[in-house]
Design a binder for this molecule. Sequence first.
Ligand code: RIB
Length: 315
Amino acid sequence: MSTRAPHILVVGSLNMDLVVQMPAIPRPGETLLGGRFATFPGGKGANQAVAAARLGARVTMVGRVGGDAFGEQMLKIMSCEGIDTRFIGVDAGTATGVALITVDAQGQNSIAVASGANLTLTAEEVRSAWEQITRVDWLAMPLETPLDSVETAAQIAKERGVKVILNPAPAQDLDVHLLRNIDVLIPNESETERLTGQTIHSDEQARSAGVALLSLGVGSVVLTLGERGALIVEGDQSDPAYYSIPAFPVRVVDTTAAGDAFVGALATGLGERLSLSAAVRFASAAAAISVTRAGAQPSLPYRSEVDRFIRQGKL
Ligand code: RIB
């Protein structure tokens, strides 16, 4: 294991999450009276950055907030987490990203995002940030900023020999040129279905979809399957290797940001030179702890909590 903290660069979104707890998620046209309302810092990029920072990584984030109170709060929160915020720009004329989230009694959610300033992040800003950032170990990105910002970051990472994690969330079609620059792709089931056109109802289908993703040019695939754990698919697509990593059983309160906890932890583990399967186990533990707590960033665990959870096998 390396002795210095890995340096993780996150290029991605920052949102303020407006959350209502509900007995059930309202259907179209339906009004339901819910429970408590709360505001939590979120956004897939910011969540991944905070997850990695709390687990001991040195983190730099590239992104955009608006010139409003939410933007100020997000910047303050990120810097209190010890994250280098110099490359989070402020777009005075745009609102900070906002996510309207309902969480049901089973902890499942529905999320509507108004991306706001996240959509003003340009490829040029990403390029200029990269010029000022040195010694990155891993780049991690979700898909809540414009695709050309993601493609540019991945391209520069490749040119510099920096490894890239892509979390293709929310699901969208991706160019093979981007996928060929990805070392570890972390999709969930619906994102996998979108990228491959294959549905996943069984372990065999998950394996086959994983191989289809390998054939698009990514280095390795870590398919997250919720309570069924994670499936690693790697190696040559004609003779792939599969490893199933079981999920840690926990009582689910709120699944928001579980995927982000996983990605931030995986980047940290890989940055510490864990093997992919050891890093996936570490990431699964971080994600399991996160679902036992409400909110996006408040749910993200610290290193001591994850280490203890892995040691004891329970919370
Ligand atoms: O992954 C969870 C995140 O998705 C939330 O924090 C919300 O902001 C949306 O971006």
